[in-house]
Write a protein that binds this ligand. Structure first.
Ligand SMILES: NCc1[nH]cc(CCC(=O)O)c1CC(=O)O
Length: 314
């Protein structure tokens, strides 16, 4: 029983994700009804500046979180990778549904793969993580920033502005546009963003009724994996200024506590000339994230983080 007010961004991807979550929740609770509240965020309004320069991830979630805190909405569906490592006081992630494909994908003219792209090809991405890893693999590539929702970016590729663009497989799959994919980039070439491919359903920490509804929709292996990734991100204070990636898996078929988690973390220089990567295993996701972050920091990632931060202040 109950009526839930659901906050969502207005982009095609956001609406598709929110509708999908509502459909799933209706199957878990046949009595429940849902009302969508569309919210335009700062990240949606500012389209002409590179994200890392205007305040990063928080831009897509802040107004939505305020509406939760004000009680105008009861829960909100986000792409987990758009969420900052720390949530505002009073809010929690009530459910993390099962993750879909975490990989980055290449969309290119004539369906070329990364290896087939011509010398000096122009790649559209505004993600430091993606450009650093692409340059590490193919230093000849030229990178140019591209903003806008998925549909805008694909239009810019089709208009001939780029030889290729990089997007997340997950977003394309959710809006049924996976037919546009030229190549799934291997994880060891492009380590995904923390939380990529997973959704987060955020609600008030003291809203038992909503937490009860959402709990049924939580997927423990995904929660363990993204908890390890977010703990890694948090330890390195990775805003959007530094190329950072992480990807964790949980052994197939296991879904309990004490499950073995494998986490790979990555920090790179923006030009891709230095890439620090480490893989470790453990059963405590938060501790594993800290451990991988600390080892990377010791091996040189700390200097990179310091240097990039200084350069950005200058
Ligand atoms: N940066 C925007 C964003 N946030 C979430 C997704 C979709 C993928 C996901 O849910 O992880 C995308 C698009 C993209 O990176 O291609």
């Amino acid at each position: 029983m109950g009526n839930w007010k659901v906050g969502t961004r207005r982009s095609m991807l956001a609406l598709t994700q929110t509708n999908w979550v509502i459909d799933q929740l209706k199957q878990l609770d046949r009595e429940a009804t849902f009302e969508r509240h569309e919210i335009v965020t700062k990240g949606d309004r500012i389209l002409d500046v590179t994200l890392s320069k205007v305040g990063g991830k928080g831009l897509f979630v802040k107004e939505i979180e305020q509406s939760l805190l004000d009680g105008e909405t009861d829960f909100a569906v986000h792409s987990l990778k758009d969420m900052p490592a720390e949530l505002p006081e009073g809010l929690v992630i009530g459910a993390i549904p099962k993750r879909v494909d975490p990989r980055d994908v290449l969309l290119s003219k004539e369906g070329k793969t990364l290896d087939e792209l011509p010398q000096g090809a122009l790649i559209g991405t505004s993600s430091l993580r993606r450009s650093a890893q692409l340059l590490a693999y193919r230093p000849d590539l030229r990178i140019e920033s591209i903003r806008g929702n998925i549909d805008t970016r694909i239009r810019k590729l089709n208009e001939g502005n780029f030889d290729a663009i990089v997007l997340a497989a997950a977003g394309l799959e959710r809006v049924n546009w996976d037919g546009t994919i030229s190549q799934f980039l291997p994880i060891d070439i492009s380590l995904p963003a923390v939380g990529q491919g997973a959704l987060a359903i955020e609600c008030r920490a003291d809203d038992e009724e909503t937490l009860n509804l959402l709990r049924k929709f939580d997927h423990l292996p995904t929660r363990l994996a993204v908890t390890a990734e977010r703990s890694f991100l948090h330890r390195l204070e990775g805003g959007c200024q530094v190329p950072i990636g992480a990807y964790a898996t949980v052994a197939e078929g296991e879904d309990g506590e004490g499950t073995l988690i494998t986490l790979t973390g990555m920090v790179a220089t923006p030009d891709g000339t230095q890439v620090f990567k480490k893989t470790a295993q453990g059963t405590d996701p938060a501790a594993l994230g800290l451990q991988v972050a600390d080892v990377l920091a010791e091996e040189g990632a700390a200097e990179v983080l310091e240097r990039v931060k200084k350069e950005n202040q200058a």
